[in-house]
Each structure stands twice: as structure tokens, then as C-alpha cells.
Design a protein around this ligand. Structure first.
Ligand SMILES: *Cc1c(COP(=O)(O)O)cnc(C)c1O
Length: 370
């Protein structure tokens, strides 16, 4: 007898598609017989600089303690974050990446009778965490690829427990301005938690994009989530954090794994926070790389969605899947976003100048049908 175990999974889980990550370099190397060092990966919004010297030093120093459990409360990292962000340590929850924060708040507050509101073309983890707890995902149509906050506010019902907002959003790169966010927060009922996902906030260099932390005092239902995976360059170590009122943090703490952030990640994150030079260099490379890609797209007659992140969604004006495959054969990995309802776009992470160049040249060949 064989049991259909998937049929036993809760209905929300049965309807889910697993998260599709960027294709790993090693996988492409295996499939196409390419050398890993000849492959350019611009598919997962990783920092192209590699780890900074301070981070490497901190990890090496932490290695000898590997036999011990990490500090389950992340004391040193919380202290460093609290000092930097001017918030109380009790307002900080550490996560195994900020994905963990998104999942913790959902598991702590959302049950199957509840609803979770987020935008069309928003980060793929929102439907996953929502349906994993059996709740109803309320997907609000986007406006010019970005969040329509007025429509999202209107979608809130008495069953709503959470609203997810990504600012800037991945994969579109779109952002919400200060006045829009303020008007939205004013409308949200106090028992609905607003998760403001600021995974790319360190890349934002303009003052029109709000800093979620400024709103924590006035809006006790706000949770700001951030990560060390992007501008801080620690994607593989998995460390992120949430900032919110201690009562929300308390609930999240009750459901998290006791040692959800490992000791190398904790040490590296403290070092990364202190390395202002690395962050400044990351911003510069991103700013210049963004210009380089925009310039290249302009020359190739392609349009794109203006982005405030470390990636850009380019519109190929036709189904993008064949171009994605052809780019793979050129040794260039980018990200198809058809699963985000964007079949004509490719999302490209900003790389080093030489990587951006490789991509632009390959794209030109692919679009010319060579
Ligand atoms: C990359 C990303 C995250 C961060 O993921 P980590 O788990 O911290 O690596 C969160 N939200 C969005 C919108 C992202 O693009």
C-alpha cells in the first residue's frame, strides 16, 4: 500500500509552489560543462564584493568555539544593533536570515481563520509563510509594478492579521515614498501588524524612501525586518533581524528555534555592522553598476522598471524564458520572474563592472538571436 502523503498536507501547503532560488554556479557548471570561474551569477541579489576583511577576521576568531552552542539570545549583536539604530535591545529579534523573521511573525500571530495582505509581484516568501499556516493570502493588484497602498488598506478586513510590504520591493525594485507610507499606517487598524520588509534599505541613497525605524514609536503595530544578506554581504551565513515593540518580539521569541542564528553569523554580523567602509563601497559599486546597466539597456532599446535595490527588472518586450536559457548557455545566470507574474522581465542583480559588461554583451547577442 502506498500513501499519498502530499494529499495529507494541509490544503494551503498543497497549493504552494516551493521557492525557486537563483541557479547556483556549480549547477550550471555541471550542466553545461563550464568552468565555475567563467560563470557570472547575477541572480540572487548578492553582494558582488565578497566578504570584507573585518568579517573574515571575526569568523576566523569564532571558529574555535564551534563545539559550543551559540548565544541563543544574540546578546552582542542585539547590543550592536540597538546602539546603531537607537532602539532598545528588547525591540530586536534575530533571525536565520530575515526570511526567518517573516516566518516567525506569521507563525506567532496568524492562524487558519486569518487573512494576510500583500501585493502582486511582491516577495515570494509572503505567500509561502501565509499558506504554510493555512491562512488566506489576499493578493492586491499592483499599480505600475509597485504596491498600491490605498488598495492594500482597503483589502484589510476583521480577519486580517498581517500586511507585508517590501520597500524597496523585490523583484520589481519599486519603492514607497514617505507620504504614502504615513497615510497607509494611519489607516491600518491597531491590531493588524504591518511588516515592513527593508531588505534593501542600506542601498537606498535618496531621502524620499522612508526609514521604517522612524515610525516604530507612533505605530506599535509596525515590525521592520532587515537583513545582513544583501548590502552587508553575508547571504550564506543567514542572519537578519526584526525591530518592533517588545510585546510582538516576545511572541516571536516563543516560537523561534532556541539557536536560530549560528555563532559564525553572529560574530560576522557584529563585524559587518562596524565596517562602514565596506558598506560605502557596496553602495558605490551598486550605484555605478545600476547606471551601467541602465545605460546598456538604453543602448539596446530595452525598458526597465526603475529600482532602488541592488537589482533591476528589464523588460525584454517578449517572453523572457528563452533569453534566460540562452544566457545560461553564455555562462550568465540571471533570474526569470514569470513566477512573480512578470513573464517578459528578467531580474538582474547589480554585479562588478566586468560582470555587468559580460551580461550586457551576452544579452545583446541573445536578443539579436545569435
Ligand atoms: C533577499 C530578501 C530578503 C532577505 O532574505 P534573507 O533571509 O535575509 O537572506 C527579505 N526580503 C526581501 C524582499 C528580499 O529580497
Amino acid at each position: 500500500m502506498t500513501c499519498d502523503f502530499l494529499a495529507l498536507a494541509q490544503p494551503g501547503v498543497q497549493k504552494l509552489s516551493p521557492y525557486v532560488p537563483g541557479k547556483p554556479v556549480e549547477e550550471l557548471a555541471r550542466e553545461f560543462g563550464l568552468r565555475a570561474e567563467d560563470i557570472v551569477k547575477l541572480a540572487s541579489n548578492e553582494n558582488p564584493l565578497g566578504p570584507g576583511p573585518e568579517v573574515l577576521k571575526a569568523i576566523k576568531a569564532a571558529l574555535s568555539d564551534m563545539t559550543r552552542y551559540p548565544d541563543g539570545n544574540g546578546f552582542a549583536l542585539k547590543q550592536a544593533l540597538a546602539a546603531k539604530l537607537h532602539v532598545a535591545p528588547a525591540m530586536i529579534t534575530l533571525g536565520n536570515g530575515s526570511n526567518d523573521i517573516l516566518e516567525l511573525v506569521t507563525r506567532a500571530f496568524v492562524a487558519s481563520q486569518h487573512e494576510v495582505v500583500f501585493s502582486e509581484h511582491a516577495f515570494a516568501v509572503y505567500p509561502i509563510v501565509t499558506q504554510a499556516v493555512g491562512a488566506k493570502a489576499v493578493v492586491v493588484p499592483a499599480r505600475e509594478w509597485g504596491h498600491d497602498l490605498a488598495a492594500m488598506a482597503a483589502a484589510i478586513t476583521p480577519a486580517t492579521r498581517l500586511v507585508f510590504i517590501a520597500n524597496p520591493n523585490n523583484p520589481t525594485g519599486t519603492w514607497i515614498e514617505r507620504a504614502e507610507l504615513e497615510a497607509f499606517l494611519k489607516q491600518v487598524p491597531e491590531q493588524v501588524i504591518v511588516v515592513l520588509d527593508e531588505a534593501y534599505t542600506e542601498y537606498v541613497e535618496t531621502s524620499d524612501v522612508p526609514n521604517g525605524i522612524d515610525y516604530l514609536r507612533d505605530y506599535p503595530n509596525l515590525l521592520v525586518s532587515r537583513t545582513f544578506s544583501k548590502a552587508y554581504g553575508l547571504a550564506a551565513l543567514r542572519v537578519g533581524y526584526g525591530i518592533c515593540q517588545p510585546a510582538i518580539a516576545d511572541a516571536m521569541n516563543r516560537v523561534r528555534q532556541p539557536f536560530n542564528v549560528n555563532s559564525l553569523a553572529l560574530a560576522a554580523a557584529v563585524a559587518a555592522l562596524g565596517d562602514e567602509q565596506y558598506l560605502a563601497e557596496s553602495r558605490r559599486v551598486n550605484r555605478e553598476g545600476m547606471q551601467q546597466l541602465e545605460e546598456g539597456f538604453r543602448r539596446q532599446g530595452l525598458s526597465w522598471i526603475p529600482s532602488r535595490g541592488n537589482f533591476i527588472a528589464v523588460d525584454l518586450g517578449r517572453e523572457a524564458a528563452p533569453a534566460f536559457q540562452a544566457l545560461l548557455r553564455e555562462g550568465v545566470i540571471v533570474r526569470p520572474v514569470a513566477n512573480y507574474g512578470m513573464p517578459r522581465h528578467l531580474r538582474v542583480s547589480i554585479g562588478l563592472p566586468s560582470e555587468n559588461q559580460r551580461f550586457l554583451e551576452a544579452l545583446a547577442r541573445v536578443m539579436a538571436g545569435e
